[in-house]
Design a protein around this ligand. Sequence first.
Ligand code: DWN
Ligand code: SAH
Ligand code: ZN
Length: 406
Amino acid sequence: MKKCLVCDHDYEPFMSFGQMPIANGFLSKENFNIEYFFEMEVAFCNNCKMFQLVNIPEREKMFNENYAFFSGTSKNMAMHFEKFSSHVLTDYIGDKKDPFIVEIGSNDGIMLQNFAKKGIRHLGIEPSENVAMVAREKGINTIVEFFDKTLAEKIVAENGQADAFIAANVMCHIPYIKSIVEGIKYLVKPDGIVMFEDPYLGNVIQQTTYDQIYDEHTFLYSLHSIKYLFNLFDLELIDIEPQETHGGSMRYVIAHKGVKEISINVSRHLELEKELGLDRPETYEQFKLNCENSKKSLLKIINGIRKEGKRIVGYAATSKSTTIMNFCGITKEHLDYICDTTPIKQNKFSPGAHIPVKPHEEFQKDYPEYALLFGYNHSKEIMDKEQAFIKQGGKWITYTPKIEII
Ligand code: DWN
Ligand code: SAH
Ligand code: ZN
């Protein structure tokens, strides 16, 4: 019997995606034979309603000085975080004197640059040294550490408590989440605010975007599970704001219990989650079937094109694509290569499937007939810049929101 990471109840995994590599572990040929794999099983805890991975690789295997994801690769995400920052300042900081903002998973500074530019006191906590250095070069105060309760105590001793604790796409990455929430409780001022966003379980279930499941994503949160988790430490969910980023995310606003007014949005959305069945195990049994059907349909399209002898290139070597390729058994027989704008990924091979990753220029030099859109969460940004591919007859294969050729 396995135990829930949040409430310690026993659970049974409801599905295995099979052997998976490190999603951002792009590698060279010499390292093929020492590549690390783990069995990617998922479970739903019917007590605290947390959706979670069963086996989780050591954190240093994922987050280290060779971390391959640089947040700054998307212009639209930079705009998104500019709005996030203004929202924090306007609606939650107001005219507070000398506010102090703490962000975890601050990566290359895509969020904190907006506070730094305004001369606002800030601190980024980012364990992946290479991305943290990019932030430091931009003048953003960053420490190369993993956040937890112990680090929270150190930060408070050195800087005092924070007015705002913010995070994007990192709270769901941390199996020792209880130590994080305990740290937040200690770090944030009595009238302070916690605001974070992560891919939303509701979107994953509704759109069968199972590619949001990979080593880094220990949890997929819902209002139900977040409410339970923060309540353990006398913190409460006071508002939520659905987001379109990363294929559907949820932003959670949290405060110390009893201090701030709770928006009607919270109870309304909890009801919606019940209608969706996010609080019931049967939903996940159905999700499993949906994942298997999605795999079959995608392979049918890809195999059909390959039978005609036409070429397919993967577009954007996202972490999510690691799950798609390894679960569906997509290999270099299917994709010539994957194009991506991130230098550290280029001229290496994709994790597990070992498909070459090439610079974006390669794609523009010699268009294939089809491109498999792994970066669907950036589709607007990508479509805008790939007008020439489309005009000369290039087609996209998409697997969300629908499996189709467009
Ligand atoms: O949760 C996470 C999110 C925030 O970022 C992390 N665990 C890891 C990462 O997930 P991802 O790799 O799935 O994120 P993206 O933003 O979907 O990946 C973008 C990738 O696509 C990068 O490798 C850059 C590439 N890209 C590209 O080649 N051309 C992106 C854009 C916008 C483009 O035009
Ligand atoms: N916030 C950025 C980056 C998300 S990727 C964005 O939304 O684009 C997740 C980041 O969290 C990685 O840079 C990783 O190194 C970092 N991370 C992982 N565990 C962490 C921890 N315990 N404390 C702080 N950051 C952590
Ligand atoms: Zn639980």
